[in-house]
Design a protein around this ligand. Structure first.
Ligand code: HEC
Length: 101
């Protein structure tokens, strides 16, 4: 009984931050153009994570691109600037995107 409770608590602790960041992505409208595991207007977050796996600079580079927008990495369609996103939130989102597997 106690053990089951501890396992549940551990799972909740692990899952909560990831869900918080997905909620942030939804609230910033990112999910209008992106999905975690399929291409919509923009690349899937899993594809982004795969592309930058092992790239230590990716968190900062992608955070900057999230705010400024840009094109040419995934195709001709540009990502518009997301100026409603603060630098701190952009880093959170970028780290969350890069953690998708
Ligand atoms: C209007 C549609 C749209 C919205 C809204 C949008 N994106 Fe994008 N996103 C794109 C497109 C299109 C690309 C591909 C750009 C390219 O090829 O360089 C992209 C690329 C990206 C990339 C990869 C960049 C790279 O250089 O590899 C990340 C990370 C990303 N978006 C995160 C976000 C986040 C986080 C948000 C919410 C704040 C967001 N996007 C909102 C369309 C969008």
């Amino acid at each position: 009984m106690k053990r089951a409770f501890l396992i549940m608590a551990a799972i909740t602790t692990l899952a909560a931050p990831a869900m918080a960041d997905e909620a942030l992505a939804k609230s910033k409208n990112c999910m209008a153009c992106h999905a975690v595991d399929k291409k919509l207007v923009g690349p899937s977050y899993k594809d982004v994570a795969k592309k930058y796996a092992g790239d230590a600079k990716a968190v900062d580079a992608l955070a900057a691109k999230i705010i400024k927008g840009g094109s040419g990495v995934w195709g001709a369609i540009p990502m518009p600037a997301n100026t409603q996103v603060s630098e701190a939130d952009a880093k959170k989102l970028s780290a969350w995107v890069l953690s998708q597997k």
